[in-house]
Design a protein around this ligand. Structure first.
Ligand code: HEM
Length: 382
């Protein structure tokens, strides 16, 4: 349970945490209303956090996720197809194979850091493949991902220098990949995006780079956290292991309930473009607003018995883990596919997960939720 958020949700659902600070919205209904109103709740809020003055430029801060509605619509149409049914069907065999290889290896070793060996390794391989990265570049993905994740928390000159270097390095790699796909198209995401055309318009080179930059923070850490959280819930709720192994619908519900209960992105950020009334309270123009997905997903006005982990509950998929409205997560199908095939690969090899008590380390952030280190024992099926 999150007692502080639950108390705010009851007594001051729209409040300012400190007198000059951001506003916090905790009720489901209010969060949905804000996300449906991208003009007044502008994603510029996210851009401000991703591109602090010391950084100069961060391509991901000017990407799809921060674009205002008209530009967003054009960009989203250009990238949508690559993430739709056909694009995902093309990836399915690869994701299954990767999940099976990683699961076989992890179960053989039996005692592993689940994050390192599986939860990070699977989405890293998938996103590496989508970006056309050579395996030798994989170690750099951690550096780039971390740099993107800590931008708003980089307070020392050393941290800031590291973020700048990592972003420059990533830009360099992406430029090379784009150039090589331009010369010789492959059956992959970058080639698809270079070809994409809507009403005679194509993605500009700059927008393509920005979009590829966005995929790291958007698709890597989030999916890692989902897979890590899933392993924790297999350990905490062993009663679901057998059922999820034998009943595909239950496995899917299990994943959705993990998304609701421990959503990998706990808060979304918006900036008000005008004074705006939410849940009876006026938030002034120019305010940073934190929309708490963590609280909204446990709002008893929306979900009955919200503090219970109940796969298969009513309104199972109505959680806000993937956001809502125009910026609704583009990678939803991919994330769900990685989770489903990852779970299948594990459950066909194990009878359970045992967590090594006291050794879990959480990611030190209020905005993301997932284990950074998760030592477990994977108990092989007899
Ligand atoms: C947007 C969550 C996986 C790509 C979002 C948003 C959320 C989210 C909450 C909305 C942000 C906002 O409104 O400010 C998640 C979670 C994931 C996941 C929980 C995994 C469990 C992925 C993957 C990809 C991806 C695998 C791609 C490889 C994107 C993109 C956007 C986005 C491109 C921006 C969409 C837009 O602005 O139109 N995601 N995501 N995500 N996500 Fe995901």
């Amino acid at each position: 349970p999150y007692p502080f958020l639950a108390e705010l949700q009851r007594s001051s659902p729209v409040c300012q945490v400190d007198p000059n600070g951001a506003w916090l919205v905790t009720r489901y209904e209010d969060m949905v209303a804000a996300l449906k109103d991208p003009h007044r709740f502008s994603s510029e809020g996210l851009a401000l956090l991703a591109e602090p003055p010391w950084l100069g430029s961060n391509p991901s801060a000017r990407s799809l996720v921060t674009a205002e509605p008209v530009r967003h619509g054009k960009l989203r149409t250009l990238v949508n197809r690559a993430f739709g049914v056909t694009g995902m069907a093309r990836l399915e065999a690869l994701v299954r194979q990767l999940a099976e290889e990683l699961a076989t290896e992890a179960v053989l070793r039996r005692e592993v850091d689940f994050v390192e060996e599986f939860a990070f390794a699977l989405p890293r391989a998938v996103i590496g493949h989508m970006l056309g990265l050579d395996r030798s570049v994989f170690p750099k993905l951690k550096r780039w991902g971390t740099a993107m994740a800590v931008v708003s928390a980089a307070t020392t000159p050393e941290m800031q220098a590291e973020v700048r270097d990592a972003i420059a390095e990533m830009g360099h790699y992406l430029d090379e990949i784009i150039e090589s796909r331009r010369r010789e198209p492959h059956e992959d995401l970058v080639s698809d995006l270079l070809r994409a055309e809507v009403d005679g318009q194509q993605l500009s080179r700059e927008d393509l780079v920005r979009f590829l930059f966005l995929l790291l923070p958007a698709g890597l850490e989030t999916t890692t956290n989902l897979l890590g959280n899933m392993a924790m819930y297999l350990a905490r709720h062993p009663e679901h292991v057998e059922k999820a192994r034998t009943d595909k619908a239950h496995a899917v519900n299990f994943i959705e309930e993990v998304l609701r209960f421990e959503c990998p992105i706990q808060a979304l950020f918006r900036l008000t473009s005008t004074d705006v009334l939410v849940g009876g309270t006026t938030i002034p123009q120019g305010s940073m607003v934190i929309l708490s997905s963590a609280a909204a997903n446990r709002d008893e006005r929306q979900f009955s018995e919200p503090e219970r982990f109940l796969p298969g509950r009513e309104k199972q998929t109505q959680h806000l883990a993937f956001g809502h409205g125009i910026h609704f997560c583009l990678g939803t199908q991919l994330a769900r596919m990685e989770a489903r095939l990852g779970l299948e690969a594990l459950l066909s090899r194990i009878q359970g997960v045992v967590m090594k008590r006291g050794e879990v380390q959480w990611i030190p952030s209020l905005a993301v939720r997932g284990p950074a280190v998760l030592p477990v024992e994977l108990l092989p099926l007899a």
